[in-house]
Ligand binder design. Sequence first.
Ligand code: SAH
Ligand code: SF4
Length: 445
Amino acid sequence: MPPKSFTYFIKVFGCQMNYADAEKIFSTLAKKGWKKAADLSSAHLLVAVSCGVRQGAEDRVINWLEKTRKTNPGAILVLAGCLGHREDLKQRLRNIVDYFLPAGKRLPSSLINPLYPVLAKGESAYGGNPIYLSRAYIPITVGCDNFCSYCVVPYARGRERSLPPENIIKKAKNLVKKGYKELFLLGQNVNSYRGADRKGKVWTFSQILRTLNAVPGNFWIKFISSHPKDINREMMLAVKDCRKVSKNLHLPLQSGSNKILLAMNRKYRRSDYLATVNEIKKNIPDVVLSTDIIVGFPGETARDFRASLSAVREVGFEMLYALKYSPRPETAAFKLKDDVPAWMKKERQQKLDRVWKKIALKKNKRFLGKNTLILIDRIKQKTNRKGSVNFYALGKNFENKDVAALIKRSGKSKHNLAGKWGVARINQVGALGLSGELVEGEKNV
Ligand code: SAH
Ligand code: SF4
């Protein structure tokens, strides 16, 4: 007997852009009547939305594919995302993966047509949660033209394109109507946005922010990542003026050394970056800055690394991803000797982590004793040492800090808090986030 409905299972690796890709795949499948499988072993179609930004990420995807193939030998297995275009992987994984789907592309109808006979096997179970609850990701630019020497993005996702402003605004309005409380604008360089409308007029990122801010409703607007070269006064003022726009700017620096920035083909120097940050701080007094730093890029000396450390201290980043350089096929830096030993990369990464966490801990103290509005993502159950069970609302605040808030009330209603606003009174802070008590369950902004 063929199953009544076909089921899929999507595994997402990596950044929010992949979650947006997964959403696209999910909606194509849903339109064709596919249902989400209860688990991986019962699905007819398995999709890995992969990340290829570093070797470690690539290894994790390949392990998952190998394991999954063993668990569910009959399913169609698709490798999507940033590894979906890689010729070497097509060869290497040809006995495991059935279909390779380059990043951002749609599943071909031949593969997901419900009458496709190869899929008519096994029984299925349905269920599962939607991918998103309270937060909706909206890609507004895709791809990248910058060709930083270490980065696969221009190869994996192609040249930079901006989505038409009308599409973005329509999508945003629909999402707000559906009850989403946070619109997360995505782009490899979100602020390089230059999208033409139907009349041929080109919009800037600031215009998108101001227009979305004017959409009626209680919601927040966040965005990631901003490229330092494309921050201008117009953008700073838009972020400052727009009430719904979070003041968190993720501004990847990559290195504090000019020699390394040059070798990375970044389009700014240390002093340009620091001058931009000063301007930002002047224009947006409550700005929260975060960044990415690569450690162990070929040729990075102790002195270059110290330059990264001093830049981090000077800016005072409240969050930082310290990434060990990982040579990526296709990129220009792949030809360079990966000459910083693994242990040294690790040491530098740990040092950076210590430095930013100290800054973050200090800065997070401003929340102590205060109420902070959070968007609740999920409810977590935790048993303490005495054996009693506590429930926590986990979410993020406007500044994009992680917040865990103890729920005092009893009864089942606490489980319905996910996807709603809450107010947390903060009584403890760490480098990675804030914690306290939920003082109000539902709240309007
Ligand atoms: N477009 C953004 C960053 C997008 S990629 C910008 O340029 O500002 C996300 C992060 O992955 C980068 O900021 C970089 O720090 C990291 N990354 C990319 N390629 C890498 C590599 N080969 N090794 C280590 N980190 C890498
Ligand atoms: Fe583009 Fe450079 Fe960012 Fe990669 S790191 S996405 S190449 S700007």
